[in-house]
Design a protein around this ligand. Structure first.
Ligand code: ADP
Ligand code: MG
Length: 666
């Protein structure tokens, strides 16, 4: 992949700006697609109303008059002769164009009509005349210092001089089958569309390729699992399961029992397990994992449970130890965290190697180099540690190919899950354990903040704790959204005298975050102000209230995840969404506690990009395709890529090899 600095006209300064847009290679640049297209079409001057947008063309009729203001701003006025007669043009800060605007020059002006003065205040001037056809102008996501025009120019230079960097990933027979445009042509059209019809054709081809390569990889992974003959065959009997269930201090739900049986089936057969266990927060996934790990150790194998943070690992450890003590006190469970001193860490390593430890809990460090297991048979990962091929290889290189169970509290719409998790089997827990008190959710406007503060005060008086969520960390000049520091000041003012207020956000170091969460857990902090970092989070049963500022900013799934932080104890919990707009969408959260229903709704409204966890996980960073709009293309590419993968004829295909290579590099 060649660097963008090789493009003519792109110097160090521009490279820095492009890097800001995550453009590093020529290929990145070519795939920096416009996010929309502006339709340029001549407006009829006679039909213009005040403040209408106007696009007109004509010849310069008067010498431009330049005015300089003390503020450093300048303004230029001239008249343009159009086919509908003359009109005045006014434009700010383009004094440098004056010498080019000679009388008789052809000019296109885009701007806003001022009826009273009968002028157009232009935001853009171009040289030339409009054609009678409408024109599509690409609009890019950009950054200050880099214009739309600049980006388009660099792309076009790359298209002209760096054709070798264009990588085409659609196999020839599919190109033929669909009569697709070649990639360079398609890219050229996407960045310089001649008309809507051509543009649609180009976009279809580019989306197809993106989804095809994506589905190819998923299909490949799936076939690889099925091929593996390394899987462990256990012989777990129904009796031992019944024995375990008897000792658990509560009655398992039907869904929990169903899922446990699905897992046992996987553990008992030769195929390696690659299963996603999804269920809402609090639906009781952990107990399922505990039973699986316990049965695994009865079969003579070790288990590892990975959590996203040390604090969560510690929490899991305490919880698991307590339950396992009731089931079978001979099982040796250990916790490994960064804060353990070297010596005890070495002890743990040793006991993992000699098999003394049956179940180990920790972060993803559990599958890294230093650790060697005696016989790791099952890995459970909590929350979207969808580890890639590299990590799986790391495990296999140690001589182990354990069964893997992924737990996720992010419900994913069914149709959608089938494609993106196509390489996994999916188990679902829908039913919540009996006796859960549903969280009460309300939408409030900023005007009603007083009620909210009163409500908070009541909560604090009962010695219960509160989460307060803001969309931003610090002040930003582009938005006027609430940030955590501003909220801290407000909360200090309201409650600071009698209560402790803490802050936690994503830019803090992991240790800092753990420290703050620890204090909150111990009720040393009464109000915790946070960004969405607590989405995946800690169990603080005494936190019974959550207030989310600027709730309209969040996707429904994210709001639901956030809300899942409360309602974890025996007391009634409340969640308040503060928002002055968007109440129709937010009312979905108000009216249901069902994560699946919410994620379906979210998907309908906003597409995949906002489903919590997916964006962050980086699994689905599509550049041009949109899973919601292009779902049918996705289904087609699923079929096509499987055929391509399996058909003997294509085993030595260049593209096939390249795609497989890129998976192994992920
Ligand atoms: P999840 O991991 O799915 O968010 P947990 O496994 O942490 O949920 O379960 C939440 C709480 O519910 C835990 O305290 C757990 O012991 C309890 N629990 C799990 N299953 C049941 C059940 N069937 N009946 C009652 N309580 C349960
Ligand atoms: Mg198996």
């Amino acid at each position: 992949m060649r660097d963008i600095k090789e493009i003519k006209g792109v110097g160090a300064k521009t490279v820095a700006l492009l890097n800001k847009l995550y453009i590093y290679t020529i290929n990145d640049l070519l795939e920096h697609y416009p996010f929309r297209y502006e339709i340029i079409k001549r407006t009829d001057l006679n039909k213009l109303e005040d403040k209408d947008k106007a696009i007109i063309d004509g010849k310069v009729e008067s010498v431009p008059i330049l005015l300089h203001f003390r503020t450093g701003i300048n303004k230029m006025n001239f008249r343009l002769l159009t086919t509908n007669g003359p009109i005045g043009i006014s434009i700010f800060n383009r004094s440098f164009l004056k010498s080019n605007l000679k009388i008789g020059t052809n000019v296109i002006a885009i701007g806003k009509y001022d009826k009273q003065k009968n002028i157009i205040t232009a935001s853009d001037l171009q040289f030339g005349l409009l054609t009678n056809e409408e024109k599509l102008v690409p609009v890019y996501h950009s950054t200050s210092g880099l214009t739309n025009k600049n980006l388009n120019t660099y792309v076009n230079t790359a298209l002209l001089f760096h054709q070798k960097d264009i990588i085409d990933n659609i196999p020839l027979y599919l190109m033929d089958k669909y009569n697709f445009l070649n990639k360079r042509t398609a890219l050229n059209i996407a960045h310089n569309p001649p008309n809507q019809i051509k543009l649609n054709e180009a976009l279809l081809r580019l989306k197809y390729e993106e989804l095809f390569t994506f589905m190819f990889k998923i299909n490949y992974l799936k076939t690889e699992y099925q091929k593996e003959d390394l899987g462990i065959v256990r012989n777990i009997k129904e009796d031992s399961l019944i024995e375990v269930i008897k000792k658990i201090p509560f009655e398992l739900t039907l869904d929990q029992k169903k899922v446990i049986n699905e897992i046992i089936k996987d553990l008992n057969n030769k195929k390696r397990m690659n299963r996603l266990l999804q269920g809402d927060v609090g639906s009781g996934k952990t107990i399922v994992a505990i039973i699986a790990m316990y049965l695994n150790s009865l079969s003579g194998y070790q288990s590892a449970l990975m959590a996203p943070t040390e604090i969560l690992a510690t929490q899991h450890y305490n919880n698991i130890k307590e339950i396992l003590n009731k089931i079978d006190s001979n099982i040796n469970v250990e916790l490994i965290t960064g804060s353990l001193v070297k010596k005890s860490k070495n002890n743990i390593y040793e006991e993992l190697t000699n098999g003394n430890i049956n179940i180990i809990i920790g972060t993803h460090a559990l599958i890294q180099d230093e650790i060697s297991y005696k016989n790791l048979g099952l890995v459970v990962t909590d929350e979207q540690h969808r580890f890639g091929v590299k990590q799986r290889m790391a495990l296999r290189n140690k001589g182990v190919a354990p069964d893997v169970l992924y737990m996720s509290a992010t419900p994913i719409p069914r149709t959608y899950a089938l494609s993106i998790y196509g390489d996994m089997d999916i188990s679902t827990i829908k039913e919540l354990p009996k006796g859960r008190i549903p969280i009460k959710t309300y939408i409030k406007t900023n005007e009603e903040i007083k009620d909210v503060l009163n409500n908070m005060y009541e909560t604090l008086k009962r010695s219960e704790q509160i989460y307060v969520i803001a969309p931003l960390i610090e002040e930003s000049d582009i938005t006027n959204l609430t940030n955590v520091y501003e909220l801290k000041d407000k909360m200090e003012l309201a409650f600071g005298k009698n209560y402790n207020i803490g802050i936690i956000h994503g830019k803090m170091l992991a240790e800092q975050k753990d420290l703050i969460m620890g204090e909150f857990l111990q009720n040393k902090i009464n109000i915790l102000i946070s960004t969405t970092v607590i989405e995946v989070g800690v169990d603080v049963p005494n936190a019974t209230m959550m207030v989310i500022f600027d709730a309209f900013r969040f996707g429904l799934s994210t709001l639901h995840q956030l809300r899942g932080r409360v309602g974890r104890g025996h007391k009634e919990s409340t969640c308040i969404l503060i928002s002055d707009t968007d109440s129709k969408r937010l009312s979905v959260i108000e009216s249901t506690n069902d994560g699946f229903e919410i994620s379906e709704e979210d998907f309908k409204l906003r597409g995949h990009g906002d489903l919590f966890g997916i964006k962050q996980s980086g699994v689905l960073n599509f550049k041009i395709a949109n899973l919601k709009e292009d779902y049918k293309i996705l289904l087609q590419t699923k079929k096509d890529s499987l055929e391509y993968l399996q058909n003997e004829q294509y085993q030595n295909d260049e593209i096939r090899k390249r795609l497989i290579d890129s998976i192994n590099k992920d």
